[in-house]
Each structure stands twice: as structure tokens, then as C-alpha cells.
Ligand binder design. Structure first.
Ligand SMILES: [Zn+2]
Length: 244
């Protein structure tokens, strides 16, 4: 027997025809003051934004765009050679005011509904755990969501996301920051590219790299986000890279 989740329909006019196979799931927060504000934005054809699923703080699920269509949630985006990820992804929005306001943790009920939904989607579309991403992973220069309070570790424990264990006792003497120039920086960039992030391939610690490192920290080392590669960040990059 196939398991189903219950949902309400609040359909958005903002979608296009899907031509590509679904390969990714992108997780967002709404960044709105309320659920109603988010629903109104998705219903407004002038907003030009939508998603497939929206989950309230109480864990209620809303269908916004049918999965057979492309929802407009990711914008300009890139991961591992793919760009404009709307075309081959499903977008899930979590009701949360976000960084601009009073960014709060995602409730247990909200996470539970997300987990149920992810289980179904992973099965239905045979999505790889490594292809379940945050918006900031695929648009590090524009987006912060779902942010450092999103619990990727919890999803990984249930086999619903890729999140290698954090190694203790890192002793690397590495320290690189914005403005630095070093051949080692190029090597690190190549690792970040292999993981999936968009990076240039030179020796410069440019502003884009700083934003990529912040996105990486938000996702894989969320206790400190400063865009600096120190020993701890470097070991974490190696951890994540080793499994790619
Ligand atoms: Zn987003």
C-alpha cells in the first residue's frame, strides 16, 4: 500500500511546463512575516514566484504547484554542472521569517512533515541524498535560506540528506580569508567545485569564494559563519569532498 500525506491545495498561477527529469529537491524558507503572507505572494501572478510545497510552523502541508510543472523558486542557480535548477527540481518552502527579521528554529512538527514529504519524493523520483540542497548552496551570492538553524543532521540521521559526521580534533594550520592569493586556494576551490558549488579556478580568495564558504558553513558547519577557511573549515571541506 502506498503511503500518502494529507495536504491542502492553494494553487499558484506561477509555473511553466516541465521538460526535464526531476533530479533535485531544494529547501527554502519563506522569509515572510506569516504563512498567509507567503500564500498571498504565491497566489499573486505579479510576484512571479512559487514552489511545489509549503509547510507551516504547525506542520501543515500546502500544495502550491503540481510536481509535473516547473515552480519558480530557485532563480539563477548552479550545482555540479547544472544551472537554472527550477527546471529539474522540486521546491519546498518552510514558513520562517528568515534572517532579515527574527530568524527562528524550525519547529519539530514542521521538520516531521518535511521528513514525511522527503521520504515520498525520494522514492517517487529516485533522488540522490546529495541532490537534496539548500537554496544558499545553489545561489550563494544571493540567498541565505534555509540557513544555519536548519537541521541537516536530523535529516541525515533518517537517511534523508547528505551530511557526513563532523571530525573532531582538526589540527590544520590553514588560514585563508578574503583578499588572499595562494596556490592552495585554487586547490580548495577545485574541491568545492567537485562538491557542487560554483567557483572560479584561480588562486584568488575573491568575494564570491567568501560567499561560497559562508554557504558551506551554513550547511556543514553551522556554529560559525565568517567566510574564512581555517583548519576546521578545511577539514570539513575534505570530509564532504571525500564522499563525492
Ligand atoms: Zn529560497
Amino acid at each position: 500500500m502506498k503511503k500518502k500525506v494529507n495536504y491542502n491545495e492553494q494553487l499558484s498561477p506561477n509555473f511553466s511546463k516541465r521538460n526535464d527529469k526531476i533530479k533535485y529537491i531544494i529547501i527554502h524558507y519563506t522569509g515572510t512575516k506569516s504563512l498567509l503572507e507567503a500564500l498571498n505572494i504565491f497566489k499573486d501572478e505579479n510576484s512571479q514566484v512559487s514552489c511545489h510545497w509549503l509547510i507551516s510552523k504547525k506542520g501543515k502541508l500546502y500544495k502550491i504547484v503540481d510536481e509535473k510543472n516547473v515552480a519558480w523558486h530557485a532563480g539563477i542557480s548552479y550545482w555540479k554542472g547544472d544551472s537554472m535548477l527550477n527546471n529539474n527540481s522540486i521546491g519546498i518552502e518552510l514558513d520562517n521569517v528568515g534572517h532579515g527579521l527574527n530568524y527562528k528554529i524550525f519547529s519539530n512538527k514542521q521538520m516531521s512533515t518535511l521528513e514525511e514529504l522527503l521520504k515520498l519524493l525520494i522514492n517517487k523520483y529516485k533522488i540522490k541524498k546529495k541532490n537534496i540542497l539548500g537554496h544558499s548552496d545553489i545561489a550563494p551570492d544571493r540567498k541565505l535560506d534555509p540557513g544555519e538553524l536548519f537541521n541537516w543532521g536530523r535529516l541525515a540521521k533518517k537517511n534523508l540528506a547528505y551530511y557526513p559526521l563532523v571530525k573532531k580534533n582538526t589540527s590544520n594550520k590553514i588560514f585563508f580569508k578574503l583578499g588572499d592569493k595562494n596556490t592552495e586556494i585554487k586547490k580548495i576551490k577545485l574541491k568545492l567545485i567537485k562538491i557542487g558549488y560554483k567557483c572560479s579556478q584561480d588562486n584568488n580568495y575573491d568575494i564570491y569564494l567568501k560567499l561560497v564558504v559562508e554557504a558551506f558553513q551554513r550547511r556543514f558547519l553551522p556554529e560559525k559563519i565568517n567566510g574564512i577557511i581555517d583548519g576546521k573549515v578545511y577539514s570539513r571541506i575534505l570530509d564532504v569532498f571525500k564522499n563525492t
